[in-house]
Structures are given as C-alpha cells and as structure tokens.
Design a protein around this ligand. Structure first.
Ligand code: EPZ
Length: 430
C-alpha cells in the first residue's frame, strides 16, 4: 500500500501554484450536462473525486475529452440514461450534484446516495426539501435517491441549515424550472458563486449568489460556454499553514486573496506575517506561534475544511487554544494520531482544547479523511524525525500532486510502496 514518508524539520520556502477548486469543479462539471451544447472548462484539478465524477458522467453518455491536464471539453447531448449507479460514485459526496443537474434538465434522476469523507452525519434533507418545493417527487430506497417531476415550478425556499451542497443543488434545478425561485439562508461560499457564474455563462438567470438570498429566474434552455474554475481556497490555505508550522516562507500563487481572508487573519493572529498581492499571498513565519481560539463557520467564517490544519499549528503554539467545530460533528478523528506525535489535545464534544507543545515527533500515522490527512502531513513536516502516513488515497481525493508541490518547497516527502522505494527515500534524505 502506498504511503507518504516524510522527514520533518525543514522550513518550507518558495512558491507554489494553486489549482482549480475541487468543490467548485465538481458541481460545475455536473452542471455541464444541463446543456446539449459543448462546454469547455479550464482549471479543472486532476484529483480523484473529479475523475470519479467524470467517469460516472461518461457512463451515462457524456462525451468527455481532456485537452491537456486541466481543460475538459464535454458534450452531453446524448444522455439517455437517467440512472447513475457507478460503483465508485457512491464514494464521493458530490454525486448528489448530478441529481440537481439532471432533475433540472431532464426532470428525472436516479443516483446512488452520496458517501464522501466520514466527518459526521451528512444529511441531505435540505436538498430533498428544495427539490420537493420545486414540484419534484423524491424517494429513497435501496441506496438510491430517485426524483422525477412533470415540470419544475419556481418556489420560495428557506434553508433550515446553511448548506453548500443543498444551495448549489437547488440553484441548478431551479435554473431550468418555470418561473422564479428564491433561496433564503443560502450558503455564500466562493464555490457557490462560481457555480452561479458558470450557469449564468450558459444563459441561466441567477442573482445574489454570494449573499444569503439567491434569486433565480428559470430558463428553458442553457447553451455552451468556455469557463475557468476559481482557485482552490482550501488548497491555498493548506500551503499557507504549511509555511506557519515549518517556520517557512511560502508564496501561494494564482489565488483570490479575498477568499483567504479568514485564513490570513488567523495566521496573523498566531504570529505569522501575511502579505497579499493581486493574485498571490506570502506567508512568513519567523517567530514562535501564539495561541488562539477558533470556531468554524460557513463562509466568510473560518472554514471547517481548514480546521485540522489550524489545530496542527495551534498544537505547536505557546499557551492554550480552543478550536470549536460547528459544521460537522466528527471532525476531530485525527487528534489521536496527532497525540501520537506528541500533541497535547483533549477533545470534548465539538471542542478541542489544545495545550501547545514545543515540537512534534515523527510517527507511523494514518489519514482518517481528506483534510485531516493533509493536516497530518503538515504535522509530519514540522516534526522531528521520520513519519509514515497511511491511507493517502484520502489526500489524493482533493490535492493534486500534494507531495510534489511540497517537495518543490523543500519538503522531504515521497510516496513509497515497499522497501525499494523506501531505500531511495533514505538515500535522498541522507
Ligand atoms: C461541502 O460539503 C464540501 N464538499 C465539504 O468539503 C465542506 O466541508 C462543506 O461543504 C462545508 O463547507 C463538497 O463540496 C463536495 P454542507 P456539503 O451541506 O455540501 C448539514 C472537503 O474536505 N446539512 O454545507 O456536504 C450537514 O450535516 C469536503 O473538501 C443538513 O443538515 O456540506 C453539515 O452539518 C468535506 N442537511 C452542514 O449542514 C442537508 O441537507 C453543512 O453541510 C445538508 C447539510
């Protein structure tokens, strides 16, 4: 089995290019089936979740061509099969975006229920509430969600919880409903805005994305487009924290600094220097890290997808910090692994109480999910000695070339599978 071997203790220094946002790419690719015309999408990250979705879409009839590593051309005029039960699709959460897209275009969708990272209960009641409000019948059975409508009719929908997935899914279906839809208490994440911009570039009429009220006037047809996906806020944030925990100096390039504000603010609060330019952010950490309190919140709050990374940093700070996870109830599973590296963290319910330590030490550890896996890599990069991280497939779901980009910043990290690879790593690291 593949694992990362990491020799920690080297400050990361240099520049790293950030790719397209996974959590924008997934709904945008799914939404591409809503037009019979050809769609070109640029800045598509080459990560597992995206590739699983593309494969499932090709199985129901989308013609998909890669023009280079990050540009995808799709034509979905030949979709006849409304049933998505690809073996792998249930492993990714974003399978549910095919429901909103197919329901909007074809008024019929049957999709295997979503899986994804095991970070707590991941209900889809708000998606279902929205589809029903638009006039669709929805049922769940045998692991599938089935939905059908004679026609979709715009509606006034109040979301009981702020949900990225439900906001996007309802927005997609409502784009091709008759009349007006208003989504209240909508999610405001940059990827919600990106999906709205993509759909508008196909002829949809969506206003207010990025605020908590989204207004949609349905259209009967969407057309082709050429669209570029926004940079990945969480990938960028992860490298920014890599600079912090290794006492490095890293410039993340090709980002939208506005999307990184909550991350930059926390880094400054804990003692890092953060310099923003038009499309890059430089993080320099030359002194000790300071403690802080953090609560994850929907955008523009501090992202839940950055919670493990900031916990790793606070674990190395002076004093006591408190991290409260308010989005998912099971997102501290990595703390046991971090404890094995020397961290002093106690989890009580949705709160982690962190007493900072001077250093982590390398250990054999295992990634419990995508972001926690990336955070454990950061811990290993900061640690004294060697770490071996298992279950790296989780990380490959959402980070393109993670170890290669880190190595480009001076990290001693390699994917190894067996003794021979390991010997090469030992030669490389002396
Ligand atoms: C998206 O998940 C992301 N996934 C997650 O990223 C991210 O952590 C999350 O948004 C929050 O930002 C994708 O985009 C594929 P939600 P999603 O619906 O849409 C509750 C990563 O690491 N809820 O905003 O599933 C839910 O239980 C992943 O890249 C309901 O109660 O998240 C949670 O507590 C992990 N009913 C909260 O809302 C619903 O119908 C937010 O979930 C839907 C959600």
């Amino acid at each position: 089995m593949e694992q990362y071997v990491i020799n920690g203790g080297t400050p990361l220094v240099g520049e790293v290019e950030i790719g397209g946002a996974k959590n924008a790419a997934l709904p945008i690719l799914a939404a591409s089936i809503m037009t019979d015309e050809t769609v070109h999408i640029d800045n598509v990250p080459d990560v597992r979740d995206v590739n699983v979705l593309l494969t499932a879409m090709s199985h129901i009839g989308s013609l998909i061509k890669h023009d280079g590593r990050h540009r995808v051309t799709m034509n979905s005029s030949n979709i006849r099969n409304m049933v998505v039960e690809d073996e792998n699709i249930k492993k990714i959460r974003a399978s549910y975006y095919l429901i909103g897209a197919m329901l909007g275009k074809y008024k019929h969708a049957e999709v295997t229920l979503p899986g994804g990272c095991d970070i707590g209960c991941r209900a889809i009641d708000q998606h279902i509430k929205g589809f029903r409000a638009l006039g669709a019948e929805v049922s769940l059975s045998h692991g599938m969600i089935r939905t059908r409508a004679e026609k979709l009719v715009g509606s006034h929908i109040y979301m009981d919880v702020v949900s990225v997935g439900a906001t996007i899914n309802i927005m997609m279906a409502a784009s091709m409903a008759e009349g007006k839809t208003i989504i209240e208490n909508a999610a405001k994440e940059p990827h919600v805005v990106d999906v709205a911009n993509f759909l508008n570039s196909c002829g949809a009429n969506i206003k207010g994305a990025g605020t908590d009220v989204i207004r949609i006037k349905g259209v009967s047809v969407l057309h082709g487009t050429d669209y570029t996906i926004i940079p990945d806020q969480i990938e960028a944030g992860t490298y920014m924290f890599a600079a912090a925990v290794t006492k490095g100096d890293v410039t993340v390039k090709n980002v939208i600094p506005k999307h990184l504000e909550s991350i930059s603010a926390k880094l400054m609060e804990i003692g890092c220097e953060v310099k923003e330019e038009d499309d890059c952010v430089r993080v320099v950490c030359s002194g000790p890290l300071k403690h802080s309190h953090v609560k994850t919140l929907p955008y523009p709050g501090f992202p839940t997808d950055m919670q493990p990374q900031i916990t790793v940093a606070l674990g190395l700070s002076g004093g006591t910090s408190i991290v409260t996870e308010s989005i998912f109830e099971n997102r501290f599973k990595y703390v046991d692994e971090l404890t094995r590296m020397g961290a002093n963290i106690k989890v009580e319910g949705n709160t982690a109480i962190i007493d900072g330590v001077h250093k982590y030490t390398g250990a054999g550890i295992s990634a419990p999910d995508l972001r926690a896996g990336a955070a454990l890599v950061l811990a290993a990069l900061a640690a004294e000695g060697e770490s071996h991280l298992d279950n790296i497939a989780y990380i490959q779901r959402g980070y393109e070339d993670f170890h290669i980009k880190l190595a480009g910043l001076g990290a001693q990290i390699k994917i190894v599978e067996g003794e021979q690879d390991y010997s090469k790593f030992k030669l490389m690291t002396g």
